[in-house]
Design a binder for this molecule. Structure first.
Ligand code: GLU
Length: 341
């Protein structure tokens, strides 16, 4: 930095573990080990981009992250913003990034950039992608272009909107894709470009200590009569997302179990295809989307099953009644909600 240049912006970095922090010890297999500061120190040029404040938030594989952790993380980010931070970067295991980023996108109250990243190749492997991903994520978080985009996911020099991103491959460095629209931006030669801005961002406020109700996600397959649906109430589930065929269709044999379930708790109709909207008025055969929606199922819109499950969980946790929950799904699922820019 020269004497005349402005000071590097403050970025707060929250490390949660995952592959980017995982190294091999004496035994085969990497485990989360490296600290936030270890990871920062491994990235050449990072301090030229930002004044990075590193926080060891937790050090776990990503399936261990809970919604309570994410409420705590939201509040830690808010505290850093109150101290002058202009953006937050989170690294964690990639296995659940599509879920944690979406939850944070719903929970966060402001427009400060929050960028989630990680690595597919751990630091013990040749060609580890963690340092490049962290550098890009910090570049995005420090960019005014990222203000108001909602939470983004940045790996492999691509920027994805939390609402649409999904992990598509078990091991490829290009695993993160947004099947319905593609990335909203990219990083080229260290310069972030946000080419598209997601419309209709939505906020659900949850206080620390909020009870998180269990919601089941059931994917239906050919010949399934849905008998598992009849067990869910007794297991204590408070809501269910059904990943149905195509545009939202189920076998006739499953309809009695679906009707009984919908009378007992909110049931969301999602598609197992992974992209596109659940239909609303295209088919009228038995088990079609028209029949299922007439039975009271809530349409997931363009949200996939994983994200629909999380949205229903947050709606229930926030105490929303069925009508409000349906409105929330219409808003988030079809991107027509109030915009916070
Ligand atoms: N595949 C994961 C990762 O990329 C490791 C497991 C996890 O999600 O923590 O970090």
């Amino acid at each position: 930095m020269t004497a005349s240049s402005s000071p590097a912006p403050r970025i707060d970095y929250f490390a949660l573990g995952g592959t980017i922090a995982s190294i091999r010890g004496d035994e085969v297999g990497a485990v989360p080990t490296l600290t936030a500061q270890d990871i920062v120190d491994s990235v050449d040029g990072l301090t030229d981009v930002a004044d990075v404040h590193a926080h060891q938030f937790q050090l776990t594989p990503s399936p261990e992250i809970t919604i309570a952790d994410l409420i705590r993380l939201r509040d830690a980010i808010a505290a850093s913003v109150a101290e002058g931070s202009v953006g937050a970067v989170i690294t964690q295991g990639t296995d659940t990034i599509e879920e944690t980023a979406f939850i944070l996108d719903l929970l966060r109250p402001g427009t400060t950039p929050i960028v989630v990243s990680g690595a597919m190749r751990n630091p013990s492997l040749p060609g580890t992608d963690g340092p490049a991903n962290l550098l890009s994520a910090v570049q995005v978080a420090a960019s005014p272009q990222a203000v108001g985009t909602g939470v983004t996911v940045c790996l492999n020099d691509e920027i994805h909107a939390a609402r649409f991103v999904t992990k598509s491959h078990t091991s490829s460095a290009s695993t993160f894709v947004s099947p319905s629209l593609g990335p909203i931006g990219w990083v080229s030669e260290g310069r972030p470009v946000v080419a598209l801005r997601p419309a209709g961002q939505h906020h659900i406020d949850l206080a620390p200590g909020t009870v998180i109700p269990p919601v089941a996600l059931i994917r239906m397959g050919l010949g399934d009569d849905g008998r598992i649906l009849g067990t869910l109430a007794d297991l204590g589930y408070r809501g269910v997302v059904i990943e149905a065929f195509g545009g939202g269709h189920l076998p006739v044999a499953a309809l009695p179990a679906v009707a009984e379930l919908a009378a007992a708790m909110p049931v969301v109709l999602a598609s197992r295809t992974g992209a596109g909207e659940v239909l609303s008025h295209t088919y009228r055969f038995r088990g079609s989307e028209i029949e299922l929606l007439n039975m009271g199922l809530i349409r997931a819109g363009a949200l996939d099953g994983l994200k629909a499950r999380l949205l229903l969980t947050l709606c229930l946790a926030a105490g929303q009644d069925d009508d409000t929950t349906a409105k929330t799904f219409a808003s988030v699922g079809t991107t027509t909600g109030p915009t916070r820019m």
